[in-house]
Design a protein around this ligand. Structure first.
Ligand code: FE2
Length: 282
């Protein structure tokens, strides 16, 4: 009677797990779960994962969750350093040349940043080298968009976001564009900085012999009714980490020279024209 019972082996287990998905499961659930099961099983087979390594993996994922709170997102960080966030971004935005490129959101955006108007000081009382920022939000044809919400945020000159320094908001703000599509503010020069590497993701980076640094940038998240959200950064040309970004977020079109005005004795300036597509433009 022994043949009444199935013995699962490394040869038949994968298909057996896939076959348990009910035929009436939602098609996307079926597609995603089948692929997930196939790829996870293939990974275990390829590396011949040992029981001890499986235990380490379970402990690692558990630890990831424990490091997360409203200021720290270790799971996004893992996705970022493995290039998964940028892969998802690349697939979602196989976009045409006429619109601005996207990059990772990163773990430091905060809900409800201070509301600001053009000409305000984003950095508040943080000292540092002055930086002028002037960006323009346009449609695909380059026509200015009025009423776009623009969140901007960046690090201190020492490379820390406000949330890493305390609860107060600084070096971040929310603007709304006027008829000319422009958002302009004063701030201080941000810095290249390490992604948080004192937790489990930091251990993965150092085990692979990789550094945690990200090149200097300012984050932007632009929302305009009827248009696609734009989540991106603008990077400072000349930064030594542009070719070694820990999260693979650099795109050539997002690197600009901020230091040109300094040759004429003026403060550094980040200027950029964002072009965002209409929601039905794809
Ligand atoms: Fe950042």
């Amino acid at each position: 009677m022994a043949d009444r019972h199935v013995t699962y082996t490394s040869d038949n287990l994968t298909q057996a797990v896939i076959d348990r998905i009910r035929p009436d499961a939602a098609p996307r659930v079926k597609q995603v779960m089948e692929a997930l099961i196939r790829h996870v099983h293939a990974f275990v087979r390829e590396v011949e994962l040992t029981p001890e390594e499986w235990e380490q993996g379970v402990a690692f994922v558990t630890e990831l969750g424990k490091w997360c709170d409203d200021k720290r997102q270790e799971v996004i960080l893992l996705s970022d350093i493995l290039g998964v966030s940028m892969l998802v971004d690349a697939i979602a935005h196989r976009s045409h040349a006429s619109v601005s490129e996207t990059t990772v959101l990163g773990p430091f955006h905060r809900e409800n940043p201070p509301r600001m108007t053009n000409g305000e000081n984003l950095s508040r009382d943080v000292p540092g080298e002055p930086l002028e920022v002037e960006v323009k939000v346009c449609d695909e044809q380059g026509r200015p968009l009025e009423g776009a919400q623009v969140d901007a945020w960046h690090t201190s000159p020492e490379g820390f976001y406000d949330s890493q320094l305390g609860d107060a908001h600084s070096m971040r703000g929310r603007f709304v564009t006027g008829p000319d599509g422009v958002v302009a503010f004063h701030t201080v020069m941000p810095s290249s900085y390490p992604v948080p590497h004192d937790g489990p993701v930091g251990r993965v980076l150092s085990a692979m012999g990789r550094g945690p640094m990200r090149p200097t940038h300012v984050h932007f998240w632009i929302k305009m009714p009827g248009y696609r959200d734009l989540i991106t950064h603008i990077f400072r040309d000349g930064d030594p980490y542009l070719h070694d970004d820990a999260v693979f977020g650099v795109k050539a079109s997002l690197v600009t020279d901020w230091d040109l005005p300094k040759k004429e004795g003026k403060p550094a300036k980040l200027a950029y024209e964002f072009r965002i597509p209409k929601l039905d433009a794809d």
